[in-house]
Design a protein around this ligand. Sequence first.
Ligand code: PEP
Length: 253
Amino acid sequence: MRTQLVAGNWKMYKTNQEAVELVSGLASLVEGLGGVEVAVCPPFTSLADVSRSLHELGSGMALGAQNVYPRSEGAFTGEISPPMLKALGVTYVIVGHSERREILGEKDDFVAAKVRAVLDEGMTPILCVGETLEEREAGGALGKVEGQLDADLANVRPEEASALVIAYEPIWAIGTGKTATPADAQEMNSFIRGRLAAMFGEATADKVRVLYGGSVKPENAAELMAMPDIDGALVGGASLKAEDFAAIVRAAS
Ligand code: PEP
């Protein structure tokens, strides 16, 4: 039985003070909701204070980071290492988000190195995969995602794979208000699980949480997460308002 995970990706939004206010409001709204794990992924600048707030509030919400550099230290100006995140109480790290692949040009081998580095530090990568609209319309969605999984998980050993979180995020649905239909998202998530079974074995693939992300809102969350291979959501825009994010968590709980 997989526990649903609802993770909020705050992207490049919220000053430190705003982030602390958001997490405080959210903590009271999601308190006591069972059967679901909740994570918030603020910008690097507020990880420390959000971590402290979660601790002071006694909240069970997990802390996630939006990115990482795949080396433990060194002359990498502007970058943040896995041990730095771990020391702040971070347990999840988003890796391979399409905004980083598309805007910052991150390639699969770099994403694979990040997956490895996050696992080496005892944290959980949330690996994002997904196709563009052109790829979907050309019938290439499954092939694109298969290629990303094969490349990005190339350094993962079978015995550590069950802890992975994969987020299927069709690029055309991110921040656009367009959502994959529950049936289309289920088809892809089931395909992802099948690919994981081929790579790591069926028993392992059964334990991996495969999320959906792409314009998840309070209005569509329940029907998406009711699908058998959708184990939660990675939420961008709607995670920036405590009431909306809490409503999505409620739909998963
Ligand atoms: C995301 O950034 O991972 C995301 C899914 O964004 P949104 O919910 O805004 O589409």
